[in-house]
Write a protein that binds this ligand. Structure first.
Ligand code: UDP
Length: 315
């Protein structure tokens, strides 16, 4: 039997590279696409010798051409950390809008099923807690996060339009904060920043008073949820994340005691529109995909810490 062929955009990024690994492991032929704006080839270089892996250096905001058949497309290309999309606001908007349009067109031409990566940012600074998929969100379109949040909201709308108007097979995953090996140390996010600061002997920078909450999901759990969603017949948006919620201050302290470092927490100004609370309601994923996260924060932090130590000591 011929292998199924999957196109993964953002393949050299944190999530994209883990997805490439998973689909290779499941016996797919994988075409990874990336323009390396925030992705890094070292995340996927171990796949280059494999016959079933191909890499296309391409910006998906330009017409996307892939020869041959495609069974699945996973659209994971986008700057995704607040620092990245503040630095690259136009590219962020283009990849969520023009890029998504190109990939939906490709999916239609190839008669492929497409899964697009959306985000908990579609809920903005939520007034409903935890966030179920039915919640419409509280987003400032012209704030610093607007370029990401609105691109992703547009992406969801366009994807649903292709589903209803063209009958395209679509899947939408709303991804909550995720962490693990291959995150960039300097992407400005709380978790890699705190771990790097703990390892390099700097104080941990908590923004605001640290009472804002997040819920961190280990990457292997996320990939499992995405894999199940792709193969399910559910076309409405689905939250995938870990509901274990923690305040950022407690999280910084957890990292100090976890690493055994003797630095302290210092406080810096809270960025504009920083969501005050975030926790996924995962009832749908549980009921429909029979999925829930399995990796505890202690286990996940251990693996991530080892990776970061390796990167810092090797550099
Ligand atoms: N944060 C922090 N110190 C840092 C980086 C981030 O206190 O050095 C805060 C940030 O303001 C936010 C939370 O940690 O409230 C999570 O931020 P992250 O950038 O990881 O993700 P997002 O805000 O997109 O959930």
């Amino acid at each position: 039997m011929e292998k199924k062929r999957v196109l993964i955009t953002g393949a050299a990024g944190f999530l994209g590279s883990h997805l490439c690994d998973r689909f290779i492991k499941e016996g797919y032929e994988v075409i990874g696409m990336d323009n390396l704006l925030t992705g890094r080839l070292e995340n996927i270089s171990h796949l280059f010798p494999l016959q079933d892996f191909h890499f296309y250096f391409h910006d998906v905001t330009k017409f996307v051409h892939v020869p041959g058949r495609l069974d699945y497309i996973l659209h994971f290309a986008s700057p995704a950390s607040p620092i990245d999309y503040l630095k690259m606001p136009i590219q962020t908007m283009k990849v969520g809008s023009l890029g998504t349009h190109n990939l939906l067109g490709l999916a239609k031409a190839k008669n492929a099923r497409i899964l697009i990566a959306s985000t908990s940012e579609v809920y903005g600074d939520p007034t409903v807690h935890p966030q179920p998929e039915e919640y419409w969100g509280n987003v400032n379109p012209i704030g610093p996060r607007g370029v990401y949040d609105e691109a992703k909201r547009f992406q969801e709308a366009l994807t649903m339009a292709y589903h209803t108007f063209h009958g395209l097979e679509t899947r939408i995953v709303r991804i909550f904060n995720t962490y693990g090996p291959r995150m960039r140390l300097n992407d400005g996010r709380a978790l890699p920043t705190f771990l790097r600061q703990a390892i390099e002997g700097e104080d941990l920078t908590v923004f605001g008073d640290g009472s804002q909450t997040r819920s961190f999901c280990y990457v292997d759990d996320l990939v499992e949820g995405i894999y199940r969603l792709l193969l399910s017949d559910y076309h409405l948006p689905m939250n995938i994340g870990n509901p274990q919620e923690i305040s950022i201050k407690d999280f910084a302290e957890e990292i100090i005691s976890f690493t055994g470092c003797d630095q302290k927490v210092i406080y810096e100004p809270l960025p504009k529109d920083d969501p005050k609370q975030r926790q996924p309601d995962i009832s749908k994923a549980k009921a429909i995909l029979n999925w829930e996260p399995k990796v505890s924060r202690t286990e996940g932090l251990k693996a991530t810490y080892e990776y970061f130590k390796g990167v810092i000591e090797g550099s």
